[in-house]
Design a protein around this ligand. Structure first.
Ligand SMILES: [Zn+2]
Length: 162
């Protein structure tokens, strides 16, 4: 095999790995996967292959579960030797969530995060009203805050920006 062929094979395998990891759903929000959430930072085609993960929130109980789900997915598909590395720096930011994933969050009833650094206004995912009230800093999980819409009176979660 010449070097260019090896490189191509490795690129194809890397793409295959990204596809596999895109089958791993976020344990708390099953409509989005860990690739589109930006949790999968990189796949290094080294020996062994390294899967670089950055947890969304250091206090998030889902972090451990995600690592376990990635391990299972890799093992099931013949990547038993791949190593999973948790990289905490740079810290995960909501800016890494893809626009497609943000749209899915909204459909699911979670107000997606605005760009970090911008003033965060909670928008009701049901009626798009910004007339909302913060009920609790912690929603269904520590990564979300709970709001109530003053127009349609529905409670909703907002993904915290960080
Ligand atoms: Zn509303």
């Amino acid at each position: 095999m010449v070097v260019s062929e090896i490189r191509q094979t490795s690129n194809e395998m890397r793409a295959q790995l990204f596809d596999l990891l895109a089958q791993v759903e976020d344990p708390e929000i099953p409509v989005v996967n860990i690739v589109e959430l930006g949790i999968v930072r990189d796949i290094v085609m080294d020996i062994p292959i390294q899967i670089i993960l950055t947890p969304t929130y250091t206090g998030c109980p889902a972090t451990h579960m995600i690592t376990q789900m990635v391990r299972e997915k890799l093992d099931e598909n013949g990547f038993r030797g791949a190593e999973i590395k948790n990289q905490l720096s740079p810290a995960w930011t909501t800016d890494w969530i893809t626009p497609e994933a943000k749209a899915k969050l909204k459909t699911y009833g979670i107000d997606p995060p605005s760009l970090s650094g911008t003033k965060s206004v909670a928008t009701c995912p049901l009626c798009n009203s910004t007339n909302s009230k913060l009920v609790s800093e912690f929603g269904s999980t520590p990564c979300k805050s709970l709001y109530t819409c003053k127009d349609c009176l529905e409670p909703f979660d907002k993904f915290k920006c960080h």
